[in-house]
Design a protein around this ligand. Sequence first.
Ligand code: HEC
Ligand code: HEC
Length: 281
Amino acid sequence: MRKSLCAVIVLLGLSGGCAGPQDSRSGGQSVTSHTESDGLDAIFTHPSSDSIPDGRRGEQIRLGYQLVVHTQEFASSYVGNRLTCTNCHLDAGLDPNSASYVGLSRAYPEYRARTGLVVTLADRINECVERSLNGKPIPHDSHKLRAIVAYIEWLSKDVPSGSRMAWRGIPRLHPTKSPDVVNGTKVFTARCAFCHGADGQGTMAAPPLWGPQSYNIGAEMARIPVAASFIKSNMPRTRGWALSDQDAYDVAAYINSQPRPDFPGKGHDWPKGEKPADVPY
Ligand code: HEC
Ligand code: HEC
């Protein structure tokens, strides 16, 4: 209930009201978080639209919001598929169960094993542009990239520096059995095809899950435990936590066994080793 109310409030114009401690994201299941920090636990909260400043900064924040919600329209020259940032970062990045943007500007710059470098928030946004959106990085001096950063900075303003963000990222789902793609196909037909299309290519109601218009193999969503966890807490849309861990894992394995764009830069990933076993290349 809280989540769908948030969605409505957000879509109506960025008003606050979704603050509050996060409900159990794991639903008591075997979800493990992959981010750690030593600080105090922060409470999931985000500012209300009244606090958007006037003038240029305010315009920048509002443009950043448009870019993440209407990515196809506002960032068409960079996007290479039919996805939008908020197809995965639900409710304009305000949903604590889908890699929320809240607090992120407090976490960057940060070392990332995948690039082997300390990356800025702008760098990390471009990783999603190149992989999740199968596109071209937005230049660092672009006002559009700065606008997305400004939006995330504004969303993070009430999260104290150095605090632990329990909601951060998408945890990994690790069920005890290995994935069963045959069961995954059944789950897909029964629970997903209605919105995403029997061929997974998306419909008016939902974005594509595989094929040329989907995320590429370099995306985090292309890792089965990540997709499984996202699906578990958020799909079918507005009815999260309805699938068992095993069904979420199996359907994630089915989706990620389907064809999707390659990521030509994949050979540069994890330059210092430690590539996780669930990476599909
Ligand atoms: C009621 C319609 C509906 C159903 C049923 C549904 N989805 Fe979705 N799904 C959506 C919508 C809508 C989005 C985009 C969310 C947004 O933009 O707010 C989405 C997004 C996604 C995404 C991330 C974006 C992408 O396209 O890669 C994945 C993965 C996903 N769904 C998987 C599933 C799976 C697996 C099932 C079945 C267990 C499922 N969905 C069932 C509507 C649905
Ligand atoms: C296909 C789904 C998908 C799309 C589309 C997508 N992302 Fe992501 N994004 C993810 C996943 C999955 C992660 C990894 C979360 C994790 O680390 O657990 C992520 C991570 C991020 C992070 C880092 C989060 C953190 O905790 O450090 C940022 C910032 C980000 N995305 C921004 C964007 C922006 C901006 C867009 C649009 C330009 C976008 N993403 C589009 C799925 C997506």
